[in-house]
Design a binder for this molecule. Structure first.
Ligand SMILES: [Cu+2]
Length: 179
């Protein structure tokens, strides 16, 4: 009887622990709070992946995400995806992404995102991808991106439908390189 109780008690403790670790850790850097960094598993031979996160500027001065680097990709870019006359377009933000004072900027599928180009290996669900973000004021910040399922639309989403246009189906060849 006591053995059973002990087993139940430790199962409950393990349950609590995994619930707490499922949420990506918040990272603070100066006035910035970076939250929910995630990416998506890459299907087949896909060589690109999007990176998503939320950046809040709690300070009184503007900051700017200027660049990013990661071991998984030799070329990490900051992109914007938007609808233009019914066509989904992408462009590289070569001046980076401004984070205004008191503002929260969300990088999410269909909008701003980080782009991992020329991936050295496919991203697998459950992987943790270390990325260094470079901000104009806050400096360089280490963030871990949690890799979600192939069709995930948000952190914690296990995937499913691929109805939305995303990086798995989009042709990135040459974009950002046209002169
Ligand atoms: Cu992109």
């Amino acid at each position: 009887m006591t053995k059973l109780i002990r087993t139940l008690a430790s199962a409950a403790v393990i349950g609590l622990f995994s619930a707490a670790t499922a949420q990506a850790a918040e990272v603070k850097a100066g006035d910035l709070v970076i939250d929910q960094a995630w990416s998506r598993a890459t299907p087949g031979g896909a060589k690109v992946a999007g990176g998503y996160l939320t950046i809040t500027n709690k300070g009184a001065a503007a900051d700017r995400l200027v660049s990013a680097t990661a071991d998984v990709s030799p070329r990490v870019e900051i992109h914007e995806m938007s609808m233009d006359g019914g066509v989904m377009k992408m462009r590289m933000l070569d001046k980076g992404l401004a984070i205004g004072p008191g503002k929260t900027v969300k990088l999410a599928p269909g909008g701003y995102h980080i782009m991992f180009q020329e991936l050295k290996a496919p991203l697998k669900e459950g992987e943790k991808v270390p990325v260094t973000l470079q901000f104009e004021k806050a400096g360089s910040v280490q963030v871990t991106f949690d890799v979600q399922g192939v069709g995930a639309k948000a952190p914690g989403d296990t995937g499913g439908s691929m109805k939305r246009m995303d990086h798995g189906t989009m042709d990135h060849s040459g974009h950002g390189m046209k002169k």
